[in-house]
Design a protein around this ligand. Structure first.
Ligand code: SAM
Length: 248
């Protein structure tokens, strides 16, 4: 049985697709999808030897060697252009995820869906999708074992529609009169801000606590740069609190 997090990712994979799961670790996601008959074929990519061996073993033991190809390599280097329609990348930082996508851009031809679950730094992922002309289709947030995860799905759009993608991040005024900038939408999620689920408030409460600790640490230094930085973080906290207060 998959964890709730992996199950929610699995639920977003269109039936009948060919999948690449990058950073697959034990290949749990492609194994489940192949066993359920949801995917036709999968590549399980891993850059590290330990997880690569774990994936190889898992696929062998499940008798799925014909359906899942376990490959060793960095990011999208493990796939050929046109080999898969869906890419999942889960359980790593958003900045690493964006750099994997950027480095493997030339492999994305023919890919129709990206399903991404960054552990932190979701804004890097949203920004990369926007700048590279991928449509953010949905955002989900869930809590499992005391951790909060976001799952972002994106689809490829024809060139002539790429100019419209910015609209999702157009500045908004909330009902309380608070302005939400493009930067804030990239950070907090354009759909999540609209839906404002309970877990999302918990996540931003946690983020505010982390920022408060940073301000506290900066306050122990008398350097001018620390004071400036502390003021910036305080301002950031104030703005996030204003947004949350409008939505509560
Ligand atoms: N995707 C699985 C999940 O969500 O449960 C495993 C997540 S695990 C925490 C992250 C995996 O990504 C590790 O096994 C790591 O070796 C792999 N990884 C990190 N950087 C990678 C890269 N550049 N290319 C491929 N795999 C990578």
């Amino acid at each position: 049985k998959l964890s709730n997090r992996l199950q929610m990712i699995a639920d977003r994979v269109p039936a009948g697709s060919r999948l690449a799961d990058i950073g697959s670790d034990h290949a749990l996601l492609p194994t489940y999808l192949a066993q359920q008959g949801i995917i036709l074929f999968a590549v399980a990519g891993e850059v590290n030897p330990g997880p690569f061996e774990a994936a190889t073993r898992q696929v062998l033991e499940s008798g799925l060697s014909k359906k899942i190809s376990v490959r060793s390599g960095d990011g999208l280097a493990v796939i050929e252009a046109g080999e898969v329609e869906v890419i999942t990348i889960a359980g790593m930082g958003g900045s690493l995820m964006a750099s994997i996508l950027e480095a493997g851009k030339h492999k994305l031809q023919g890919v129709t869906h990206l399903i991404l679950q960054p552990n932190v730094g979701e804004d890097y992922v949203r920004r990369w999708l926007l700048e590279q002309g991928w449509k953010l289709e949905s955002e989900t947030i869930l809590e499992e074992d005391g951790k909060i995860y976001e799952i972002l799905t994106a689809s490829a759009v024809p060139d002539e529609e790429k100019a419209q993608l910015e609209a999702l991040y157009a500045e908004r005024i909330l009902s309380g009169g608070i302005k939400v900038t493009k930067e804030r939408l990239l950070q907090m999620g354009p759909y999540l801000i609209s839906q404002a689920p309970e877990v999302w408030f918990t996540k931003w409460g946690n983020e505010l606590n982390k920022l408060a600790m940073i301000v506290d640490q900066l306050g122990r230094s008398s350097a001018e740069a620390s004071k400036v930085k502390a003021e910036q973080v305080r301002q950031e906290m104030k703005e996030i609190k204003e947004v949350l207060a409008c939505l509560q």
